[in-house]
Design a protein around this ligand. Structure first.
Ligand code: A2P
Length: 316
């Protein structure tokens, strides 16, 4: 398995198991199936509503002596209602409790957006947000740094941050996040963000690498393009005697990004990690390069209100 090394020597596996949209009742089995076939990286978030079950699966593996805590990389994310400086560590402690861990490997600010504490669901009006003055991202970041100092988490980073937002955070805090987790796949190749992050030594994790077709209809557009059925991808898959999902995953890894395909199906969980055995050639990469069309499956519109302050979250 390809790994990426952090400054302190810690390493993260290039392929992790995504758990967004993995239902309670299924996610624990998925984590166990993943650990069985060699996954050592699980991507979680408080808002996925399934961390307690992920924690049980991890705990079972540790208590049976199958794996040690340090064998598995666990990421989680701070939800948007917990951005106030005083709310960050309590939110992290709840996640640790749910995951039954003393320390996370990586904690990310899930979105560069602060919601009113206690808000259930997504914002419907401006008052459902805390303005950037009420909850500046730099303050949230300071609390993330405190959590790291306290030994609750080994690495800290962000998610869904544009170059502008990274730049602002770095300028305001003098610190560079270690990770930015963003939507990334052949229709959204994110070349500028990749170059920027490489220059700043920020790792990138690619989410929705397969197009996240199991999203709820409320956050799906009409006539969305399919990645798994794209002719270039299916053609390359036939050539390598592989599946389209494997091509998409290996493409991400060969671009030096970390990738977190979600599945709760044991066969597909194994199929996805086996993409490590494929090697794409120059022609494959050249063909996939042509697929870039700046298409976001998760366009952030679900968080928008009438106010321009809460629009165009990705600055594009
Ligand atoms: P399932 O969980 O039933 O396997 P993403 O990682 O982009 O969010 O995509 C997740 C979606 O892709 C889920 O619907 C998941 O379904 C499906 N999926 C995961 N792995 C594969 C695969 N190898 N082939 C086809 N679909 C897959």
């Amino acid at each position: 398995m390809k790994k990426f090394k952090f400054k302190n020597g810690d390493t993260i596996d290039a392929i992790g198991l995504g758990t967004w949209k993995s239902d309670p009742g299924e996610v624990g089995k998925a984590v166990k199936a993943a650990l069985d076939v060699g996954y050592r990286h699980i991507d979680c978030a408080a808002v996925y509503g399934n961390e307690a079950e992920v924690g049980e699966a991890l705990q079972e593996s540790f208590s049976k002596g199958e794996l040690n805590r340090e064998d598995v990389w666990v990421t989680s994310k701070l939800w948007n209602t917990e951005h106030k400086r005083e709310d960050v560590i309590p939110a992290l402690k709840q996640t640790l409790k749910d995951l039954k861990l003393d320390e996370l490997d990586l904690y990310l600010i899930h979105w560069p957006l602060a919601f009113r504490p206690g808000l259930q669901g997504i914002p419907e009006k401006d008052e459902d947000f805390l303005s950037p003055e009420e909850a500046p991202l730099s303050e949230t970041w300071h609390a993330m740094a405190e959590a790291k100092k306290e030994g609750l988490v080994r690495h800290i980073g962000v998610s869904n941050f544009s170059i502008n937002k990274l730049e602002k955070l770095i300028n305001e805090t003098g610190e560079v996040p270690e990770m930015n987790q963003v939507e990334l796949h052949p229709y959204l190749q994110q070349n500028d963000l990749l170059s920027y992050c490489k220059e700043k030594h920020i790792f990138i994790t690619a989410y929705s690498p397969l197009g996240s077709m199991d999203r709820p209809d409320s956050i799906k557009a009409e006539n969305e393009p399919s990645l798994l059925e794209n002719e270039i991808i299916t053609g390359i898959a036939v050539k390598h005697n592989a599946t389209p999902a494997q091509i998409l995953i290996k493409w991400a890894v060969e671009r030096d990004t970390i990738v977190i395909p979600k599945s709760t199906n044991p066969g597909r969980i194994e199929e996805n990690i086996n993409s490590m055995n494929i090697s794409l050639d120059e022609d494959d990469h050249a063909q996939i390069k042509q697929m870039d069309r700046h298409y976001r499956y998760l366009n952030g519109k679900m968080f928008e209100t009438e106010s321009p302050m809460y629009q165009n979250i990705f600055d594009d």
